[in-house]
Design a protein around this ligand. Structure first.
Ligand code: ZN
Length: 205
């Protein structure tokens, strides 16, 4: 289970300060009374940002682990929420989708970049659409980064949404929320379509 670690640190500061050492979870989230054996359970590492660790707890009676995800980091995806927001914002504001992904992740090639961005666009737009229905303050928002940024009056919307989502965190999909990944409806095209057909065929994963 993922639990929010409230912090104003950026992802780089979190790593530099080894802030996972400051993460605290005083009581077992499953059992209200002592005696279940709830205890700190070390850390696990993430590849990005390099050097990232996540603090973890364990309840033997509940057979459950609990990971404290800092507000700066994506849930269930590598990297920071600001990384995700920057990429999606670029796509939303680009003259074409090809232009948006130009220069992204040259290590994985165009097909890999398109897959990378499609996955994030789907997750974030699903999340923003949910928020427009769940939260009265967002009823008039469009499910776009620019619309939420304007409503919130902030430079980066995604970390603020993590910090303010409260109980909705367990409904919202990653990388903001700790809820389940949404499934695409069968037959529905992904929200990101590459318009000119110069890609090599996609490899099966
Ligand atoms: Zn417990």
């Amino acid at each position: 289970m993922q639990i929010r670690f409230a912090t104003a640190l950026s992802a780089d500061e979190y790593v530099r300060q080894q802030a996972w050492k400051d993460a605290a979870l005083d009581n077992c989230p499953i059992h209200s009374k002592d005696g279940c054996g709830f205890t700190r359970h070390g850390t696990y590492s993430r590849q990005s940002p390099e050097g990232t660790k996540i603090a973890r707890w364990y309840c033997p009676d509940g057979h459950s682990t609990f990971s404290l995800i800092p507000d700066c980091l994506s849930s269930r995806l590598p990297g920071s929420l600001i990384d995700v927001e920057t990429a999606i914002n670029k796509v939303e504001n680009a003259p074409s989708q090809e232009a948006a992904v130009y220069g992204f992740r040259i290590d994985v090639g165009l097909t890999g970049v398109l897959r990378w961005i499609r996955r994030r666009l789907f997750l974030i737009h699903t999340t923003l659409r949910l928020l427009t229905k769940l939260v009265p303050a967002f009823h008039d928002c469009q499910p776009s980064i620019s619309s939420f940024k304007a409503t919130l009056g902030v430079e980066y919307a995604l970390p603020v949404l993590r910090m303010s989502a409260g109980a909705y965190l367990y409904v919202l999909p990653p990388p903001i929320g700790f809820g389940p990944r949404p499934q695409r409806k069968k037959g529905k095209k992904p929200p990101f379509q590459h318009k000119t057909g110069t890609d090599p065929p996609e490899k099966r994963e």
